[in-house]
Design a binder for this molecule. Structure first.
Ligand SMILES: [Zn+2]
Length: 466
């Protein structure tokens, strides 16, 4: 992994004004947060917001697209929506591929075509958080929404921004105060190089489970057999395939890797049975075409255990998608409690379970409370629903040790990531204000530990970052 200069800051809590300026970003005074619809005026969350704004952030999960991709084609708020979760809400609202505005149309005509669709979804947290990101990064005037008046200036600012070679460090570190963001670059299998100092690649392991036979690839076109060939490693049968998993993970670790990532919930159920080595070897020997669905699942189950064993052997936490799937109304098979057998079988592996398990958030709190090796990651959740996040944070803060709560953005652009961070800060500061001032549940000191723990300290410990 080609790494450049990293943001070396001894203290995670900084003195205002000023942020990390190593990325060349100007010192910006934190902007007063725009009141969130439905946000109570009381209790006062300002002091917690100030603490959060002075805390460097470790962001556990992003998919920020490469600069090269960002520079292809037109770039404006509409394209930003198209490449974000907002597109899923627009699809849900009835928009089809043909309804997206013509790329060659004038900015005014593009907005005219898009506005009726935007009005259908601008209530959602996906949309609102994207607008917040534009406020943060592009200085969009403080107003309700993007509209015909603000579009031209916003488009110009976005165009200027995507020409910056230091875009990621400038936006994420300089503006967002993000020290490290764990990046899942699913479009470049087996390549762990990232752009900018702030991004660190995780290693997506789906392919080892879903594509064990020659010629197979997973849904990201990652093919373990092709990788083995590139490594000059010969797969002669089941045991050598199993060994490939360990070797690949070792290679990633040696390249500076810090975590594995599973998005298998998009491929199959999260229930992984206990299959013996001999049974799995027999299934493998029969070949892909001879296996029925149950047999293919049994082989996958065994291979997932093999992945977790390798993670454990190399001291790498494994991040696992649970709950809601982007753009899908089907969350069956993604309940985090389905992972119970896998987790119980590997007490020394560390599991970073994503998205608060939404809508199975309470199940996840039981797991994080009972299993010492389960961490509860609310990445993505604040931009799915800030009010659900507030509600669940209340529950998690009453049930789960504070050292096990983490946050990540889970976004494809710097605008979306900054919007996700803004949303997260609002829900955390609001929850802490309620927990201290309204409920008198815990002290201000405890609340400060919660705030800095969620945004920085817990992830720093889990991923070995300082
Ligand atoms: Zn993700």
């Amino acid at each position: 992994m080609q790494r450049g200069r990293r943001c070396q800051l001894a203290n995670r809590v900084l003195t205002l004004p000023g942020r990390c300026t190593e990325a060349g970003a100007p010192n910006r005074q934190p902007q007063a947060p725009r009141p969130h619809p439905g946000e109570c005026a009381m209790p006062d969350s300002t002091r917690f917001r100030e603490i959060l704004d002075r805390t460097f952030v470790i962001d556990t999960h992003e998919h920020i697209r490469p600069l090269e991709k960002l520079r292809e084609g037109p770039w404006d708020f509409i394209e930003l929506c198209r490449g974000s979760y907002v597109a899923a809400d627009l699809r849900s609202a009835g928009m089809t591929e043909q309804d997206w505005p013509d790329a060659d149309a004038t900015p005014e005509d593009r907005w005219r075509a898009f506005e009726p669709w935007a009005r259908r979804v601008r209530n959602t947290a996906y949309y609102q958080s994207l607008v917040m990101g534009c406020h943060k990064l592009h200085g969009l005037p403080e107003q309700d929404d993007v509209n015909a008046f603000s579009m031209p200036a916003l488009t110009e600012a976005m165009e200027r921004m995507r020409r910056r070679d230091d875009l990621y460090d400038y936006a994420l570190t300089g503006i967002g105060g993000i020290q490290v963001a764990l990046q899942d670059p699913h479009w470049q299998p087996f390549c762990w190089e990232t752009e900018g100092d702030v991004l660190r690649a995780v290693f997506r392991i789906n392919c080892f489970v879903m594509a064990p036979f020659p010629g197979q690839a997973d849904h990201n076109a990652a093919a373990p057999h092709a990788f083995a060939t590139a490594m000059d490693y010969e797969i002669t049968g089941f045991d050598s395939y199993r060994e490939l998993i360990g070797r690949a993970i070792e290679k990633y670790k040696q390249a500076g890797g810090i975590a594995l990532k599973s998005s298998l919930a998009y491929d199959r159920t999260l229930e992984f049975g206990d299959v013996s080595r001999d049974d799995a070897a027999r299934l493998y020997a029969r070949g892909a075409d001879a296996l029925d669905a149950a047999e293919a699942k049994a082989l996958q189950d065994y291979l997932m255990h093999a992945v977790v064993e390798a993670a454990e052997a190399h001291g790498l936490p494994i991040q696992i998608h649970t709950g809601i799937r982007a753009g899908s109304g089907d969350c069956r098979g993604a309940n985090p409690s389905l992972l119970t057998g896998l987790i119980a079988a590997h007490p020394n592996a560390r599991f970073d379970l994503f998205h608060g398990g939404y809508p199975y958030a309470t199940e996840l709190s039981v797991m994080a409370k009972g299993f010492p090796n389960v961490y509860l990651d609310l990445c993505w959740l604040p931009i799915i629903s800030p009010s659900v996040t507030v509600r669940m944070l209340h529950e998690w803060l009453e049930t789960v040790p504070v050292t096990k709560l983490l946050w990540g953005g889970d976004c494809g652009s710097v605008e979306a990531s900054l919007g996700a961070l803004e949303m997260a800060k609002r829900v955390i500061s609001r929850t802490l204000a309620e927990k201290t001032e309204l409920e008198r549940y815990f002290s201000h000191d405890t609340a400060v530990d919660v705030a800095t723990g969620i945004l920085h300290d817990n992830a720093a410990r889990l991923f070995g970052l300082s």
